[in-house]
Write a protein that binds this ligand. Sequence first.
Ligand code: GLP
Length: 240
Amino acid sequence: MKVLTFDSAAEIGRVAGEMFVQTVLQKSNAVLGLATGATPLPTYDYMVKAYESGKVSFKNVSTFNLDEYCDLPKAHKNSYFTFMNENLFSKIDLNPDNVHFLDGNAADAEAESARYAAEIEAAGGIDVQFLGIGRNGHIAFNEPSDRFTNDAYKVHLTESTIEANSIYFDDVPMPRYAMTMGVGSVMRARKIVLVATGKSKAQAVLSMIKGDIDPHCPASILKAHPDCTVLLDTDAAALL
Ligand code: GLP
């Protein structure tokens, strides 16, 4: 695990964004694993600017998002699908046919998981997986638990996650369940980039980097990945 610390979130956005741009410049049909949350936004801004300036085209790129809320219409303003459309997809030349999402409203979660795994495999696997981290050390929506997960599944969100994310929900209560890629699916990506900013992530970052590999801090497994880069601001790195 390579850990780099920066002075600002904007600088992290430039570095992570440039990693994605370089990936696409080297492989025009790259497969990107994408994340939601506030932390990835400066990275997406950088990717949009790189597209607008003519530096890169995403027209042959495929994307797989990490997770989606259950019991929320896909077009709801708080769905992760809407988030990605508003912050990245609608601003670049990505082909909508190449955008992949877990269906949070799938009637059969196991069948939905199998569908997603098959689509990732058919695309040739994920080249670069982008991750944020939850305050409790979760990645995607893999909450602390007694075992590491593998493929996608339906998860009951923890109180910590509900408290952190419910600030975004004003018209409906925040969903209690989500469909998420499992830890195994994340670990199969060829390269992983995790970003964390702010004091609220310092404890999770400490456990991820200095703690044992333990499913009670799901992000700790990233230490076992052969090509994982962690980009932190000074606040998120404060306890290291
Ligand atoms: C959600 C997402 C995660 C994300 C986390 C942190 O729970 N499922 O993928 O990493 O929030 O989000 P933020 O970057 O807003 O702190």
